[in-house]
Ligand binder design. Sequence first.
Ligand SMILES: [Zn+2]
Length: 186
Amino acid sequence: MSGASTPAPGRLETVRRFVNTLDIESGSDALTTPSELSAWLTAAGLASGARAGADDLARAVAVREALREALAANHDRAPIPAAALAVLNDAAARARLTATLTPSDGWRPRPSAGGVDGALGGLLALVGDAMADGTWARLKVCVDDTCRWAFYDESRARSGRWCSMQVCGNRAKQRAWRGRRAESTS
Ligand SMILES: [Zn+2]
């Protein structure tokens, strides 16, 4: 779904918006051409005029879907699936993410590469920052398989499952209700 869902704090919102460039439910994808990718990365402040090619687009989409897998794993505090981990580590290597001493936040990953590789590395650096400050574990994707929209879980128990209680949460409840009703009448 592409309606209201809670934004993530600070620059982690950029990661959430990147994952949500694909709206699975409506099938609309904001990253279908290299120039759309270039424009998105520049608007997000990750690249200054980096010109993407077809290979860059394929890699960016792979990173996006690997991030989606990682966010799905956040529900159960499960490990990031191996295939997603491989994609993210490959992108980090291409970006030459390097531990860099920052003025107030200690050592943080920062990309040394330029271009689209560096821009994707900048995105992964935001993931590293969020892991360090504890906000990463709250960034999730909706458990509804037809949705998988990224949202920030603000619930106290960190138990949020849907991007929106009103839409996907209700849909799941209605399904459960119909299931119970079918059982009791059979
Ligand atoms: Zn949803």
